[in-house]
Design a protein around this ligand. Structure first.
Ligand code: URA
Length: 196
């Protein structure tokens, strides 16, 4: 049962001391959403609010992410699971180091294997670089379907980038429109989105 496997993995992540981030974390942010999700969103790592609550994307970026998902006709409860490259908050919200990322990556890989999503969406440069190429440029890669371990991946901007630079929202929406169309193609031809 996926529920049991996920609970087992959650316990393992909650007890993890593989990298120094465990020393400063308040709560481990395992990831949240539907265990039947066909879309897996990958963020960078917990921020202040996530570290306090243990829930992914609940701060300002999370609120914007919720709006984007709503515009797509997706909900956290039904359509998506949200996980991060690292499960513990890097102090001062710095980018997780390569060592921290590689200690944590097996957990994300396991989550993806268990959920078996049809579509992965990487949010921001750290998520994309963590899964593909540490030298990649998100401005170049975003909006183009990629394949990783036989799975489709759509790289797009992190919601915090959209908060800093609202001019990027147009491109972000183009990327999410591709996700909606792919979802209709692979998962549910009847998927309703009021915009497309
Ligand atoms: N930013 C992320 O990348 N992940 C979160 O969970 C919250 C903010």
């Amino acid at each position: 049962m996926i529920k049991d496997e996920i609970s087992k993995l959650r316990k393992e992540v909650e007890n993890c001391k593989k990298c120094p981030l465990y020393k400063t974390r308040n709560k481990v942010v395992f990831g949240n959403g539907s265990l039947n999700a066909k879309i897996f969103l990958v963020g960078e790592g917990p921020g202040f609010d996530e570290d306090r609550t243990g829930v992914a994307f609940v701060g300002r970026s999370g609120k914007l992410l919720d709006k984007i998902l709503e515009a797509c006709g997706f909900t956290r409860e039904k359509h998506v699971f949200i996980g991060n490259i690292v499960k513990c908050r890097p102090p001062q919200n710095r980018i997780p180091t390569i060592d921290e990322q590689s200690s944590c990556l097996p957990f994300l890989e396991k989550q993806v294997e268990l959920l078996n999503p049809d579509i992965i969406v990487t949010l921001g440069a750290t998520a994309y670089k963590g899964l593909f190429d540490s030298n990649a440029k998100i401005t170049r890669e975003r909006g183009n379907w990629k394949i990783r371990n036989n799975r489709l991946v759509m790289p797009t901007y992190h919601p915090s980038a959209l908060l800093r630079n609202p001019a990027l929202k147009k491109d972000s929406w183009e990327d999410f429109k591709k996700v909606i169309l792919k979802y209709r193609e692979l998962v549910d031809p009847e998927h309703f989105c009021k915009y497309i």
